[in-house]
Design a protein around this ligand. Sequence first.
Ligand code: NAD
Length: 311
Amino acid sequence: MVTPQPGASLFIGLGNMGRPMALNYAPGHELFVFDADPEVAAAVAAETGATALADLASIPSHVRTVILMLPNSRIVEHVLWKEPGVLNQLALGSLVIDMGSSEPASTTELAREAAAMGIDYVDAPVSGGVAKAITAELAIMVGGEDSAVDRALPHLVPLGASVVQVGPPGSGHAAKALNNLLSATNLAAAAETLTVATSMGIAPAKMLEVINGSTGRSQASEVKYPKHILTGTFDSGFAMDLMLKDLNIARGLIDSTSSEAPVLLAARETAQRAREMLDTPHPDHTELVRYYEERSGRPLRGDRTSERTHA
Ligand code: NAD
C-alpha cells in the first residue's frame, strides 16, 4: 500500500537505473520526469503516466521532492545550479534526494547550500544494479540530517529492499564508493583465481561451483560470473567508466584519511589498466575479465576463446 506524498515529485535521470526506479516510484505520486534525452523521458512518461518536462527551466511550482539519478557530481551540480538550476526554483521546505553515486565532498557542499535555502538534501545511493532496480530490491545507503532522512524514507521504500542510514550528508556517497571498491576487488580477485584454476585444468564454471559453495564466494562469483561473464554477454548494465568513477572517489577517501589499503588500491589500478586496454567505447564493468584473458591467454568464459568481436 503506497502512502500518497504531499506535493508532486520530479525524477531526473532516466538511464539504466533511473528508468526502472521511476517505474517503481510512480504509483502513489504525482510525477514529473526529465532526462537530457527527450525520447527517454517521453518513453518513461508513457509507461508511468508521469508528465515529461521538456527542460528544467520551468519546474511546476507544486513540486516538493526531486530525485536525481545522474552520472556524476559535475552533472548534479549543473542540474541543481545552472540555467536556472533546480534549487533556485524549489519552494522552501522542499526535499532533494541524490540517488546516483556522487562525490561526498560535492554532496556535503550541496547539502549545505540547500540547507541555507531551507531545502532538505539527502544522499541515497544504491547498490544492486539494474536487476535490483527493476525488482525494487535495491540496497539504499543514506546520508543526511535525521529530519531530512525521515522525510526521504517514504520516497525510498518503494525502490529498495533495505535502507541503511549511514550518517551526515555525504556519508551515503562515501559508503557507496567504498562498497564499489570492495566489489571491484572481488571481481578482480575472482578473475585471478579462475585464471590460476584454468592453468591447473579446472574449468571456470567448475571452479565457480567450488567457490560458491565455499568461503571465497561474493556477489561477483554468485551473480556476475554466471550471468554476465561466463555467458560472454557482459550485459550487467553498469558501465566500466561509472565503476572507475566510484573507484577514484574511493581512492580519494583512502588518500584523504591516510588509510592503509594496498589490496583495494591495487584493484583500482588494475581496473584502470583494463579500461585503457579495452577496445570498446563503452565497456561494461564485467569486461574487466577480458583484461585478464588477454594477459594470460586463458579464456574465462565457458568454452569460448578470449577473442571477442564487437559490432
Ligand atoms: P546511465 O548513463 O544509464 O543514465 C544516466 C542518465 O542521465 C541518462 O539517461 C542521461 O541521458 C541522463 N543525463 C545525463 N546528463 C543529464 C542532465 N544534465 N540532465 C538530465 N539528464 C541527464 O547511468 P546509470 O547506469 O543509470 O547510472 C546512474 C547513476 O547511478 C550513476 O551515478 C551510477 O554510478 C549509479 N549506479 C549505477 C548502477 C548500475 O548498475 N548501472 C548501480 C548503482 C549505481
